[in-house]
Design a protein around this ligand. Sequence first.
Ligand SMILES: [Zn+2]
Length: 243
Amino acid sequence: MKILTVADEESRYLWDYYDDSIFEDVDFIISAGDLKAKFLSFLTTVSRKPVFYVPGNHDHKYLTDPPYGCENLDDQIFFQNGVRMLGLGGSYRYKHGPFQYTEKEMRKKLRRLKVMIRQFDGIDILVTHAPAKGNGDGDDLCHRGFEVFNEFIQEYKPSYMIHGHQHLTYNVQSKRIIAVDRTIILNAFNYHFVDYKSNNYVYPKLSGLAKFWNTIRFYQKYSGTEVIKQYRAYKAFKKAESN
Ligand SMILES: [Zn+2]
């Protein structure tokens, strides 16, 4: 499976020099933020591939004019091509404005999603705008990474964490890819193709009463929302796989 990832800078290769063949074997597209809405709409329209995005700290325009035809991954799980994706947009808070969080606020944002993550038995791709602390982040407040993303990697061991925000051009020592434990951390700056491979980690499933209560809470919290649809698709996929 091939995923096109984009972030931070609208790639001229993809936009100005558009060619159908670029997207031929791409299954879907992930944006890690700070990209013009019309660029993402362009990508999904011309490639006819789904685009999933999280907002970056510069994407306040998404609030009134979101990327047309694209799926907002922020605080949401989407199930695509057998892969569970969770999005946590925004950066470290450095001034007033939307899509910025303190460490405490990001932790809270994630805590609220635990029931959802549990119900999906874990996550394959974590999509964020900001990096994880000490893993491809910057020294200034704005580009500081979140410690809670490292904790997420330790607990859920996703196959990938895809982020942006820290431009690879800021520093010659910046790395496109960092491996942490079983997770590949990828900085999607500009654009990068991912030849997706699962690390085959299986998050311990809930059983008995814990599973029962999680299911009840999940339906109470998300009844009538997109995530229920995604969950049904995930369950159907798992059932077909086991047959
Ligand atoms: Zn940013």
